[in-house]
Design a protein around this ligand. Structure first.
Ligand code: HEM
Length: 396
């Protein structure tokens, strides 16, 4: 399936435009860091969190900022922690976020998804992202955490601002204007920190049956609970929103596959996995080298910034036969869309569950969803997938 002409993905996501760098490990002059597009090379990096660390803040212009907002945001951010601090923090939050707890959410996720679909039965045209792909994961994560679902639009706004503030990561020499725009976006995101801080403080005073209370009662400071809450509220929706939208986008290109999955629901998990491989929602993760080393035979000095382009890695022809084909029967499908190793996505079981439930309910209750005008992709290079997806409903 050629995605080049039909979708308008962000130009930074070169794999979505049919390009592959000549080498799996290459210095990208345009951005000023190493681009890792090879599967085995990515595997090696993600499996070795000592040589390749996640604390990459120093490489970005905001990294040396004394601004309390910037400093505050990097403290307690699980994604950028390393070593024992990361291990201990992850252990605490994993206890609060167990696979059983996620599995128990199944009936509630189905209820929320059915509620959203109620409003779509019989509607000829709608924006799939606005009506389903956004509200479903936001409602689930908000309920789980224990923050009001009615604040949904705020969460979307804050997530957009946080992503906007990170555009600067992809500019090799950002001008003062670009830096100022990034800080302005970050300041608009800042109220989310206060928001979660207030909810955390309230849970300490008045415990409830929610994840924030569990976190507040664990061995965590207010700041750690707040930052994990932000991570969950952010990572817990934008990524799954992309997954749901991209799955509909892929099915639209392949009516035959669409018919097969509708008729045989045992194929839904394979559909979700292939969607994760084909349009990896988190297009890239960053690591930094701590010592002189080599990656897949390529010498690599210490103190280098590496961008592991998960989207490109997941289309490496050395690992995946016919990587440009969307094949729901791919087995095994060892994509790295959820990362690997020490930082492997904590929300993977939840994202997979939401994807499976949503697709089954859509197939059960709606006609075929055909993409009308071309989708609008996320404007941020930090995220890959549709931000708006106008669809027409074709009754069977
Ligand atoms: C980490 C992708 C959904 C919470 C990650 C990482 C990736 C990822 C690639 C690794 C980052 C790295 O190695 O630097 C995705 C995708 C999702 C998804 C593609 C959906 C399709 C979720 C959900 C949640 C979540 C639903 C929570 C509700 C987290 C957390 C981490 C993480 C807490 C940090 C783990 C750590 O640093 O130890 N995710 N994610 N994610 N994800 Fe997800």
């Amino acid at each position: 399936m050629k995605t080049t002409t039909v979708w308008n993905a962000h130009p930074a996501h070169y794999w979505m435009h049919g390009h592959r760098p000549a080498e799996p490990v290459e210095f990208a002059d345009s951005v000023g860091f190493w681009n890792i597009s090879g599967y085995s090379e990515a595997h090696q990096i993600l499996a070795d969190p000592v040589t390749f660390v996640s604390d990459v803040g120093q490489f970005f212009p905001q990294g040396d900022s004394d601004d309390p907002l910037v400093k505050g945001l990097s403290e307690g951010n699980l994604l950028q922690m390393d070593g024992p601090a990361h291990r201990d923090h992850r252990r605490v939050v994993s206890r609060a976020f167990t696979p059983k707890m996620v599995a128990d959410l199944e009936p509630r996720i189905a209820e929320i998804a059915n509620g959203l679909v109620d409003g779509l039965v019989g509607r000829d045209e709608f924006d799939f992202v606005t009506e389903v792909a956004h509200p479903l994961p936001i409602s689930v994560i908000a309920e789980l955490l224990g923050v009001p679902v009615s604040d949904r639009d705020l969460f979307i706004y804050w997530a957009d601002k946080l992503l906007e503030s990170k555009n600067i990561y992809h500019e090799p020499n950002p001008s003062e204007d670009v830096q100022a725009a990034s800080m302005a976006a970050l300041r608009e995101f800042a109220p989310m920190v206060d928001y979660l801080h207030q909810h955390t403080a309230e849970r300490r005073r008045q415990p409830r049956e929610d994840l924030l209370t569990v976190l507040a009662q664990a061995d965590m400071t207010d700041s750690e609970v707040t930052h994990f809450g932000i991570l969950l509220l952010f990572a817990g929706h934008v990524t799954t929103t992309s997954l749901l939208g991209s799955t509909i986008m892929c099915l639209d290109r392949l009516p035959d596959t669409s018919r097969k999955v509708r008729a045989d629901r045992s194929l839904v998990p394979g559909l979700i996995e292939e969607s994760l491989r084909f349009v990896s929602p988190v297009p890239a993760v960053f690591r930094a080298t701590t010592v002189d080393t080599e990656i897949g035979g390529y010498p690599m000095p210490a103190n280098q910034l590496l961008m592991i382009a998960l989207g490109a890695v997941n289309r490496d022809p050395r690992q995946f036969a016919n990587p440009e084909e969307f094949d729901i029967f791919r087995d095994p499908n060892p994509h790295l869309a959820f990362g690997r190793g020490a930082h492997f996505c904590l929300g993977a079981p939840l994202a997979r569950l939401e994807g499976r439930i949503a697709m089954n309910i859509l197939f059960d209750r709606l006609g075929e969803l055909r993409v009308g005008t071309p989708p609008t992709f996320h404007p941020s290079p930090e995220m890959c997938g549709p931000r708006h997806l106008p669809v027409k409903q074709v009754q069977r």
